[in-house]
Design a protein around this ligand. Structure first.
Ligand code: AQP
Length: 320
């Protein structure tokens, strides 16, 4: 089984990226041949500072490796190290109905939030389809916000196969319901660009400050508290054991404990969860060159796999 997923280096990575995509992807590296990439071509739709793009690309590699991505099992590479993907993207765009792209909500959301309405942003799902299809991917672990894009990749592959014969494999999205949309500090989807994230590489002081600053209602300490829609509980469920989560819910309902105590417990649990990540990240930072070596090897393997599919596609359409 081929597994494929990517993350844009459009900012520092946050808990939403980690629980929604990175952790499931890292678990899946045991179950098949995993290809994980740093989506730097995609990030150009929102980042136009070369210095930032370089820093964030390295951050994504560090965060994935520190979170447990094993380069002995999974292939880690930069999207732009496999330029074949842009050729496939062009070929796919010639069979992609305009209506399919016009229905994509991510483009409209991003433009509504102030991103320039560029052709790249509009055509993003075609490049994402090429990212997925060029590796003959079976499974694509993503957060719920990316579900529509994986469906678009399937639709484009179906269309291509109808016209040119069965050259492309149809992928499936894998979305874990429990972490499909991790909320940010303002209750919206946690996002690099919303200013509502807790970053994986957040220093202890600001990590604590963000958790302690979570907005709560004015229920007095002694009164029972609502568990419905509580941001503290939603975040605690990401890391607490089922018994710990049940205990916190029961305590909410019983009353007698202030929100500050729950936030302290939430901070303890989240901070503790990332202890191994912090240790591994410090080791990686101390050996410059290691990350670059992993990316170079990943690029070689990914490029070899991409050339097989692109060769099939070029032949199918009559380019060779
Ligand atoms: N809040 C979230 N909950 C669950 N999953 C999430 N993902 C992102 N935010 C959440 C998942 O992380 C993977 C990588 O995302 P991406 O970087 O490619 O783009 P994105 O989804 O647009 O992430 P952001 O943080 O919201 O970035 P910006 O602000 O640049 O648009 C994807 O699988 C995504 O589902």
């Amino acid at each position: 089984m081929r597994i494929l997923s990517g993350i844009q280096p459009s900012g520092r990575l946050h808990l939403g990226n980690y629980f929604g995509m990175m952790r499931p992807a890292i678990e899946l590296q045991e179950k098949g041949e995993a290809f994980y990439f740093i989506a730097d071509y995609h990030a150009l739709t929102s980042i136009q500072s070369p210095a930032d793009l370089r820093v964030f690309s390295r951050e994504v590699a560090l965060d994935l490796l520190a979170s447990g991505l094993d380069p002995g099992r999974a292939v880690l590479f930069r999207q732009s190290d496999v330029p074949e993907v842009t050729e496939l993207s062009w070929i796919l765009s010639t069979v992609t109905p305009m209506g399919l792209l016009q229905r994509c909500h991510s483009y409209k959301d991003k433009v509504a939030r102030g991103l320039a309405a560029s052709h790249g942003l509009f055509a993003y799902p075609v490049l994402m389809a090429a990212d997925i299809l060029i590796y003959d991917s079976d499974l694509v672990p993503v957060g719920r916000d990316q579900k529509q894009h994986v469906e678009v990749a399937r639709d484009i592959a179906i269309k291509f196969n109808e016209i040119y014969g069965q050259a492309l494999k149809l992928p499936e999205a894998e979305i874990r319901d429990s972490v499909a949309v991790v909320p940010g500090l303002d209750g919206q989807k946690m996002s690099k660009s919303y200013g509502n994230g807790i970053f994986l590489s957040e220093p202890e002081g600001s990590f604590r400050k963000k958790v302690m600053g979570i907005k709560t209602d004015s229920t007095p300490v002694e009164a029972p508290k609502s568990i419905e829609g509580s941001l503290i509980l939603q975040l605690y469920r990401l890391v607490g054991t089922p018994a710990e989560c049940r205990a916190m819910e029961a305590s909410f309902q019983a009353g007698g404990t202030g929100y500050g105590e729950y936030k302290k417990e939430l901070f303890r649990a989240l901070w503790g969860h990332f202890a191994n990540y912090r240790r591994r990240r410090a080791e990686l930072e101390a050996s410059p060159g290691r990350v670059e070596a992993v990316l170079e090897e990943g690029a070689m393997k990914a490029r070899a796999a991409a050339r097989v599919v692109l060769g099939r596609v070029r032949k199918a359409v009559g380019l060779c």
